[in-house]
Design a protein around this ligand. Structure first.
Ligand SMILES: C[S@@+](CC[C@H](N)C(=O)[O-])C[C@H]1O[C@@H](n2cnc3c(N)ncnc32)[C@H](O)[C@@H]1O
Length: 283
């Protein structure tokens, strides 16, 4: 069984080094195609999709049979270059959906993450319509993102995953509380962190992890950012595998992991970065 792991590097390459079937759940939010200047490192949208496809493929190898890959995605807005051009929206979730199906996953659910009042107004989308209210100019302010749920293809029922679990007492201990979310609209306030431009809220990661994994399971985030999935995994008694290619974010994860795990942080497996030193840390 995999230890808590922090890896610096391209997840396509790192995933190829992990044992097959060693991951029990994936929750991630991929880089958004050119949505923000710091992500503008794919020359074309096709090139971007190809990279995402390769990572979906590499994850397929490490994910256990019948387990879930949950992904947070939203259409992106490509800003206009000048006043004579229109801005464009790219429906990334619908293109990514096809990749999952082609790479051997079954579609399970589309959950809508709704951001409460006011979130999204900063994009100024719809300002033009608000001024003259001319038909055809209507543009709603986006206040949602998708949480798409896929399952690695198997002919076995989900019930099989539950009954085949080697430790039935862990299955029992992982039961979800009575006041769980009944519908596919999840209202959760977005999170902001000055250390990363696109973190997801801890509450979102916790909800996904508790609904789609058991205690002691290994949860992977191949686009880990500053490691929200790792923090949530530890809080819920799961293990984490975090892969991130930007050193500055991996440094944040390495630092934060000490507050998540205390002394146990020294047991974290680190790949392409130095082991976690807790000798000068006061707990
Ligand atoms: C949307 S952010 C995820 C933020 C994360 N959910 C959090 O809460 O901190 C996507 C991250 O993927 C990383 N990334 C992009 N391409 C990658 C790749 N090929 N391998 C590993 N990480 C990658 C980016 O550096 C970025 O930090």
């Amino acid at each position: 069984m995999l230890r808590n792991t922090i890896a610096l590097g391209d997840s396509e390459a790192i995933l190829r080094t992990l044992p097959s079937g060693s991951i029990d759940l994936v929750f991630t939010s991929p880089p958004y195609y050119n949505a923000k200047p710091e992500y503008a490192d794919y020359i074309t949208y096709e090139e971007y999709l190809l990279k995402i496809r390769k990572i979906i493929q590499a994850v397929h190898h490490v994910l256990a049979e019948g387990r879930f890959f949950v992904i947070n995605v939203a259409p992106v807005l490509i800003r206009r270059a000048n006043r004579n051009e229109a801005s464009r929206r790219i429906a990334v979730p619908f293109d990514i959906h096809r990749l999952f199906i082609e790479e051997g996953y079954d579609f399970i659910d589309d959950i809508i993450w709704e951001k409460p009042e006011g979130a999204g107004w900063a994009t100024s989308r719809g300002r033009r319509f608000a001024a003259d209210r001319s038909p055809l100019q209507y543009k709603p302010t986006p206040v949602t993102e998708y949480i798409l749920v896929y399952r690695k293809h198997t002919d076995k029922l989900i019930d099989w995953n539950i009954r085949a679990h080697p430790e039935p007492e862990l299955v029992k201990a992982s039961r979800i509380e009575e006041n769980y979310e009944r519908t596919n609209i999840w209202r959760i306030t977005p999170a902001h962190d000055k250390r990363h431009p696109a973190v997801f809220p801890l509450e979102l990661a916790e909800r996904v992890i508790s609904y789609y994994s058991f205690k002691k399971d290994v949860v992977l985030d191949p686009f880990a950012g500053i490691g929200t999935v790792g923090r949530a995994a530890v809080r819920l008694d799961r293990r984490f595998v975090l892969i991130e290619r930007e050193k500055q974010y991996v440094e944040v994860i390495r630092h934060e992991a000490k507050s998540w795990l205390g002394h146990k942080a020294k047991h974290i497996l680190t790949i392409n970065c130095s082991p976690i030193d807790i000798s000068d840390t006061l707990f």
